[in-house]
Design a protein around this ligand. Structure first.
Ligand code: 5GP
Ligand code: MN
Length: 320
């Protein structure tokens, strides 16, 4: 059931113990949402913990720490999680059908939760969380401001993408007024690379192939590349932005091999190609400019499958 801000706030006010879940392979938005909401609920005298099926990369640690104890509360809230399967295999099995409130900004949200507060016009789920926190009457502390600013900045590629609205900018300004360390956060998120990441990026660039008359650039990251670079999956997020940067490319794809033999696809597009629609053909979803899905097969069949869906989409676009 879709609910509005007041109904979400009622749910939070009327209950006491909350288990907040982020999506697996957590990013700045889902963690910013989780830690900001957790602090706000605690300041209302409630119990709350943030948990994730994966560990969080160290660079996000200034916002807070995930709860590693196996704490389980009945009031489960999922933040920035469009589909129960994005909780990760174990968490999906344990909590996927018991989420009471989902707060999200993906138009492709599967409405798997009992109640969903959804705003696809929000550039980051943190925009919605800030409205919830304000409606709870909680003061915006420096830490809440850091968390919300992180979500706004990371989900907009440092305020560059088409999803930015005046509201995004107003909220970012407000977070700076409340003490957010904007330049420190942006340096950590956009201007700092580990050596292992750079080694992985080099291998990723070498793997790049062009398809569809140069409209599609495709990076493939294999398990072997993690071994050779000393990097791991937690460092691949920034790579997803690279293929779309090539002149003439309208669809950039980064496909990474998982340990179970499947491939996770990150798609980034320019105007005119709805990444969420292309990924929906493969059982995934996301936003118009950034979406994802999981495919199986060997490297070549998986890559061909993704390219053929993009080709089909572009073909239909021409015919319409
Ligand atoms: P990323 O490529 O950074 O993993 O994801 C880009 C966007 O697409 C994110 O907003 C993410 O939630 C969404 N997304 C990624 N993979 C999937 C998927 O398998 N299913 C759905 N529904 N959304 C996805
Ligand atoms: Mn998000």
């Amino acid at each position: 059931m879709i609910i509005d801000l007041n109904q979400a706030v009622e749910f939070l006010k009327n209950n006491d113990d909350f288990l907040i879940l982020t999506h697996s392979h957590p990013d700045g938005d889902t963690l910013g949402c989780g830690f900001a909401l957790c602090e706000a609920l605690k300041s209302c005298g409630k119990n709350a913990v943030v948990r994730c099926g994966d560990t969080a990369p160290e660079k996000y640690s200034y916002m807070g720490r995930l709860c590693e104890e196996d704490i389980e509360y009945d009031n489960i809230i999922a933040v920035d999680v469009a589909d129960a399967k994005l909780l990760g295999k174990d968490f999906e099995a344990r909590f996927g059908s018991r989420v009471k409130l989902c707060i999200d900004h993906h138009g492709s949200n599967r409405l798997y939760a009992e109640k969903t507060l959804l705003d696809p016009t929000a550039a980051a789920a943190c925009e919605i969380i800030l409205e919830v926190i304000k409606a709870l009457g909680v003061e915006i502390t420096k830490n809440i401001a850091d968390c919300i600013f992180t979500g706004l900045s990371t989900d907009t590629g440092c305020f560059r993408y088409a999803n930015v609205t005046p509201r995004t900018m107003h909220m970012a300004a407000e977070m700076i007024e409340s003490g957010a360390d904007h330049s420190k956060i942006n340096i950590i998120m956009f201007e700092t690379k580990t050596r292992t990441y750079v080694a992985l990026e080099r291998l990723a660039l070498e793997s790049m192939k062009m398809y569809l008359d140069g409209k599609c650039a495709f990076i493939t990251i294999t398990q072997d590349m993690y071994r050779r670079s000393g990097s791991d999956e937690s460092e691949v997020d920034a790579i997803a932005a690279i293929p779309r940067q090539i002149e003439g490319v309208v669809v950039g794809v980064t496909m990474r091999e998982k340990t179970d033999g499947t491939f996770k696809v990150s798609m980034r597009t320019h105007e005119g190609v709805d990444a969420s629609e292309v990924c929906a053909m493969l059982g995934g979803g996301g936003h118009p400019r950034a979406a994802g899905c999981t495919v199986s097969g060997n490297v070549n069949t998986a890559r061909n499958l993704v390219v053929s869906c993009i080709e089909k989409y572009l073909q239909e676009d021409v015919n319409n």
